[in-house]
Every structure is written in C-alpha cells, then in structure tokens.
Design a protein around this ligand. Structure first.
Ligand SMILES: [Zn+2]
Length: 116
C-alpha cells in the first residue's frame, strides 16, 4: 500500500473532485438531519456533524485521491462498520431527494458512479 499525502479539502482548486464529493455528502446529511433530527438553526445535530467530519477525514485520506472511484464502486471499504451503516442509511434516504434539491450535484454524483 502506497502512502500518499492527505488531501486538503480547503484547497478546492487542487482537489475539485474530492471537494465535490464532500459537498454532496454534506448536502445529503443536511437534508437527512433536518428531516429526522430537527437540529434547529445549528444545521446538523452532533451525531450528523461527527458523521460529516468523519466523511471529510476519509475523503482527505482516500488513497485514490483525485482519481477515486465513487465510494459505492470502491474496492477499499475505508469506513468503520458503524459509520458505514450510518452513512448508508443517510444515502438511501437522501439520494433520491437530492435530485430535486440539488440537481447538479446529484447528476454529477450519478455520472461519477457510472464512470469507470
Ligand atoms: Zn442529525
């Protein structure tokens, strides 16, 4: 396994693909949390916020970097089982809804999934 430097998602110009993925995940989490946990003005409840931070760290450390496949197609399952399960629940709920709320992100996400 090769070690590579972690990506820095605050440098969007250098990591456009990872940043887009993180934006998509964040958008899905916001929709899911708002509908299920009613976090009020905070944006995300503590559980969803920690899931988002976890997702960000996973993306930053993704060994494929900018050439990463969509997570569903990835051979390396880098999430811990409980985080993976939590994220899958969010994706299953928010995936179809993303199409209406954030059509551009959703279509790009689908394109990423079917590229390869
Ligand atoms: Zn929540």
């Amino acid at each position: 396994m090769t070690t590579r430097q972690a990506a820095d998602l605050s440098r969007e110009a250098e990591f456009p693909r990872l940043c887009r993925e993180f934006k998509t995940v964040s958008a899905m989490l916001r929709m899911y949390c708002r509908a299920h946990h009613r976090p009020g003005s905070a944006g995300l409840c503590p559980a969803c916020a920690s899931l988002r931070d976890y997702a960000r760290r996973r993306l930053e450390c993704c060994r494929f970097g900018e050439s990463k496949p969509a997570c569903v197609n990835c051979a390396v399952h880098c999430y811990k089982p409980d985080m993976r399960e939590a994220m899958r629940r969010v994706m299953r709920w928010a995936g179809p809804r993303l199409l209406w709320r954030h059509p551009v992100l959703a279509v790009r996400h689908l394109v990423d999934e079917h590229r390869a």
